[in-house]
Design a protein around this ligand. Structure first.
Ligand SMILES: [Zn+2]
Length: 301
């Protein structure tokens, strides 16, 4: 399965180009224009390795879904055999995308929210009462699952399955010098074409929550440690190339870290520590020691 997620790149109040998106911000009581690039990223989920497959930049004034459709078309052309389902947030819950996926025999999983009011109202009415499954998870959360097929209202051009979860956990916080423990509850609805006999509701919910983990693991990490917060040359082609090269570098180092390093060593080195060691190795390598700079060996006498 892979996931669409949209993200902003290189916000700036000084530099811009004809492919920049823009937004107005209030800074110190004054309105300023911020320029940024925005892209829809396709990311594999369900694997230990954080692998970005492709990115499609969103053009100025263009909707995220338009770029997502172009990205889906390209991935179907290039990697069709490698995935069975795609996932997106509530914005991606639209009949045209369900239809496109159905045409290519792929499943779609998307968060169901207020932008699909008819289907959400039906799901809230049907998915109530005794849950189909209750699980106590290792992280201390109690999760109740409801799971039904054959919903046909709203954006559903074909019968859809809807999974509801109610997650209950305790949150400890300090208020006025005292620790207070509160019980918290969150409700989630997911709509999908994945049948019940292919994926149980617990896996649907886990895949649905993967989006936040991706944002933390990839974009926040790459912004903080991998230079994804700095644009070296503000030009649309240079920006796209830089992002793609960075994703390739990140994937290669992650593969080495996960698949090549032995467990005891990997426990002592984070991913960015391994990348730093590789960088130091390149810096320390004398130019004359490089394999490509060595002359040919003399032929035997
Ligand atoms: Zn720009």
């Amino acid at each position: 399965m892979w996931l669409w997620t949209a993200t902003n790149f290189f916000p700036s109040r000084k530099r811009c180009c004809d492919q920049c998106c823009r937004r107005q911000l209030k800074v110190g009581g004054q309105e300023v224009t911020e320029y940024y690039h925005r892209g829809v990223v396709a990311h594999l989920i369900g694997f230990a390795l954080p692998i970005v497959l492709d990115i499609e930049m969103i053009r100025p004034g263009e909707g995220e879904i338009v770029a997502a459709r172009r990205l889906l078309g390209r991935l179907l052309e290039r990697y069709e055999r490698f995935f069975d389902a795609v996932e997106g947030d509530a914005l991606y819950f639209e009949s045209a995308l369900f239809e496109l996926c159905r045409k290519h025999r792929k499943h779609l999983l998307a968060v169901l929210k207020e932008n699909n009011p008819a289907l959400l109202a039906d799901a809230k009415a049907v998915l109530a009462g005794e849950p189909d499954l209750v699980r106590q998870e290792k992280n201390g959360r109690t999760i109740r699952y409801w799971d039904r097929e054959e919903f046909t209202s709203g954006a559903a051009a074909q019968p859809l399955r809807v999974v509801r979860t109610e997650e209950i956990w305790t949150h400890r916080e300090r208020v006025a010098g005292k620790w207070i423990v509160r019980e918290k509850t969150s409700n989630w609805f997911w709509g999908t074409t994945i049948p019940q006999d292919v994926m149980p509701p617990r896996q649907i919910a886990q895949a649905g929550h993967e989006r936040w983990s991706i944002e933390n693991r990839i974009f926040n990490d790459m912004g903080a440690h991998w230079g994804l917060d700095h644009c070296f040359h503000h030009d649309p082609a240079a920006i796209l190339n830089f992002i793609l090269i960075l994703f390739i570098a990140h994937t290669l180092v992650a593969c080495f870290h996960r698949l090549n390093m032995k467990d005891p060593v990997r426990g002592r080195f984070s991913l960015i520590a391994v990348a730093t060691q590789i960088l130091l190795g390149i810096v320390a390598l004398s130019a004359r020691d490089s394999a490509w700079r060595k002359g040919r060996a003399k032929p035997p006498p």
